[in-house]
Design a protein around this ligand. Structure first.
Ligand code: 5GP
Length: 208
């Protein structure tokens, strides 16, 4: 049987640096990134098909009806979903696929794909998280408060993730995640074919 790629789920607090980390993982290590569908409007600079597939509510609903998502969730007042076809095709090719999704979606993935690797990204402390959100400049005080409240809710799901990754220094954090993925692929459950091959080879050499 051909080797399946891993499903890697990345969640984290807003302001923890998920977006930048994911971009680095893709550009430095060539992981496949799933581009989600969303009903929210594009923000300035966002490109359809690159940042998200922007959909109307009707289009999104049709995709749900056609079983087009492996998971979808409502977040604030919008819907977000992970397209099934891309993820399944990439995994079948043996590529590791990254999903950058919120916690409800992550839990849903874990139920369907128990071998998925769930990582939660956080700043080193709540104070640092707040400082980063304030430092963005794009958020007013109300928006920062809202995101900090959301972080309290999300923190309740942290213990269900496989790994908690602290983003103190970007480069170190990206390397750390790559090492985690590398270690996951070395688990014996992902090495069934290789183990069989070695066993066979050993038997053949033993006959010589
Ligand atoms: P934003 O609107 O800031 O781009 O994203 C809001 C939240 O939705 C983020 O936490 C992001 O990770 C999450 N998200 C993006 N795409 C998906 C998806 O396909 N499924 C789920 N469940 N969450 C998503």
């Amino acid at each position: 049987m051909a080797k399946q790629g891993l499903l890697i789920v990345i969640s984290g607090f807003s302001g923890a640096g998920k977006g930048t980390i994911v971009k680095q993982l893709v550009s430095q290590y060539g992981y496949s990134l799933s581009i989600s569908c969303t009903t929210r409007s594009p923000r300035e600079g966002e490109v359809d098909g690159k940042d998200y597939h922007f959909k109307t509510r009707e289009e999104f609903k049709r995709l749900i009806d056609y079983n087009g998502f492996i998971e979808y969730a409502q977040y604030v007042e919008n819907y977000y979903g992970t397209p099934r076809a891309f993820v399944e095709e990439e995994m079948a090719k043996g590529n590791h696929v990254i999903l950058e999704i919120e916690v409800q979606g992550a839990m849903n993935i874990k139920r369907q794909y128990p071998e998925a690797v769930l990582l939660f990204i956080t700043a080193p402390s709540a104070g640092e998280l707040k400082a980063r959100l304030e430092g963005r400049g794009s958020e007013d005080t109300k928006a920062v408060e809202k995101r900090m409240k959301q972080a309290i809710v999300e923190s309740n799901s942290m213990s269900t993730y496989d790994y908690i990754v602290v983003n103190d220094d970007l480069e170190t954090c990206v390397k750390h995640i790559h090492d985690i993925i590398d270690a996951e692929t070395s688990k014996s459950c992902h090495k069934v074919d290789f183990i069989e091959q070695i066993k066979q080879e050993l038997k053949e050499i033993g006959k010589e």
